[in-house]
Design a protein around this ligand. Structure first.
Ligand code: 5AD
Ligand code: SF4
Length: 449
């Protein structure tokens, strides 16, 4: 990253940018891209808004709760702006895309609004805000391919690489097609070059990001699909592991499963959102599959990829979900035995088809269903994790352990965190670690076991 902005008289002006991010890995990576975009303008990252010249709120609107957090932060930033009127405050991400100009009414402190679809325009928009000192709003729809953008990454061993933006599906609960727009893939060669350059400077694992990674290429004329992309990047020197998220059940084709099974660098973990176990609910969610079709995909995945870890997303309390429908979701969890689940209470979102549905499930009932789903899953996850006891697993060493900096941490191919003792020289290496203890959210391992 640039350390400052050299002026013609040789002086260096350092400006600071503070970025706060809510939401998914796409948003986290967008924060790295925003930092990468403003670095040539002289901005270096700072950890506190108080000393920042530029404050960016990188927002999420997947559920109402995430959106409300942004508004309370904006309230607090009014005080920062009152004390230092020269600071530039920007709202980016999905709430910015969704609300646009309305954000200026909500908070007089806001100078810049640009949505998830317009990140690449940040330098130009910031320059405009700085020169005109008037609020700038950008929520245009992008055209063409997804761009290749610089990124200022915090980690060396692992990296997020965006392969596509947006979503071409129309799940009735989901705000993403509105906030991130139509599906746009990046050119495969640009993805290859980015990963090759990351690996040349020490990266060993990439996570390919997109709302529907396994439909990569479907809207571009290149003729390279997700399976072909995996084959293309697999030989990159230095690259040890490939992860990807999120996959859609309908795009999990036999050809892709064959590729996932054949390529040794592809991790044995698939996140495959199920959303519900009831056909009635799936239909009203517009998921375009029945539960038995989903189940067949899971069976095929497990047959082709032995030991694959499967995780999923589930929404409880979708409008019209009866107790009997919900019991089908619980039965699905018991039948499939996912390694882990992310369960959410349905939240009404603007610009979504489900808004017009009736029979909303009361909040206390949604709470009850959420707890019921988690209670079914808890012992299953525990049992799956317990099975690691005594096994020797290949771990990619990421760095110091989060809980004890004198130890190391890495992940199994199935994405479980393992903490163990070892020298820092192992960081970035694949090592064999014996699992000696299974904890609630991680494993304890030993190089000698
Ligand atoms: N309410 C609750 N959960 C939602 N998700 C998406 N939209 C909503 C909503 N309106 C969940 C889905 C998705 C995950 C990222 O968030 O389960 O897979
Ligand atoms: Fe939302 Fe459905 Fe697209 Fe996933 S596939 S981002 S849930 S619309």
């Amino acid at each position: 990253m640039t350390e400052g902005w050299p002026l013609t008289n040789g002086a260096i002006v350092v400006k600071r940018v503070f970025i706060k991010t809510w939401g998914c890995q796409m948003n986290e990576h967008d924060a790295e891209r925003m930092a990468g975009l403003v670095a040539p303008m002289g901005y270096i990252l700072t950890a506190t808004p108080e000393d920042a010249d530029l404050i960016l709120l990188n927002t999420c609107s997947i559920r109402d709760k995430a959106e409300q957090k942004v508004y309370s932060d904006l309230g607090r930033l009014n005080a920062v702006k009152a004390a230092r009127p020269e600071v530039v405050i920007g709202v980016a991400g999905c709430v910015a895309q969704q609300e646009g100009r309305a954000l200026l009414q909500r908070s007089p402190a806001v100078d810049l609004v640009f949505g998830s679809k317009g990140i690449e325009h940040l330098p130009a928009l910031l320059t405009e805000a700085l020169t005109t000192r008037r609020p700038v709003v950008y929520t245009e729809d992008p055209i063409g391919l997804a761009p290749t953008l610089p990124a200022d990454r915090r980690e060396r061993v692992r990296a997020w690489v965006s392969i596509m933006e947006g979503c071409e599906n129309a799940c009735s609960f989901c705000v993403v097609p509105a906030t991130r727009g139509r599906e746009r893939s990046r050119l495969s060669q640009e993805i290859y070059d980015e990963i090759a350059s990351l690996c040349a400077s020490g990266c060993r694992e990439v996570t390919l990001l997109g709302q529907n990674v396994n439909s990569y290429g479907r809207t571009s004329s290149e003729g390279v699909d997700f399976a072909a992309l995996l084959d293309l990047i697999h030989p990159i020197e230095g690259l040890a592991r490939i992860r990807y998220t999120t996959s859609h059940p309908n795009a999990m084709t036999p050809r892709l499963m064959e590729t996932l099974a054949r390529l040794p660098k592809v991790c044995r973990h698939v996140h495959l959102p199920m959303q519900a176990g009831s056909d009635r609910t799936l239909e009203r969610m517009r998921r375009d599959y029945t539960f038995s079709e989903y189940l067949a995909r899971v069976g095929e995945l497990r047959r082709r990829l032995p030991n694959v870890a499967l995780t999923t997303d589930v929404i409880v309390g979708f409008p019209g979900e009866t107790d009997a429908d919900f019991r089908e979701t619980l039965a699905a969890l018991e039948m499939i035995e996912f390694d882990n689940i992310y369960a959410f209470k349905y939240s009404k979102r603007p610009n979504t088809a489900a808004l017009v549905l009736e029979d909303h499930v009361p909040e206390p009932e949604k709470d009850r269903r959420l707890q019921a789903a988690l209670a079914i899953q808890r012992p299953i996850t525990r049992r799956k994790n317990d099975a690691f006891q005594g096994r020797v697993e290949e771990i990619l060493v990421e760095g110091p352990s989060k809980t004890d900096r004198s130890r190391l941490m890495g992940r199994t191919s199935s994405n479980l965190v393992v903490n163990f003792d070892g020298p820092p020289t192992l960081i970035g290496r694949l090592v064999q670690v014996g699992v000696i203890q299974v904890k609630a959210n991680s494993l304890d391992g030993s190089l000698d076991a």
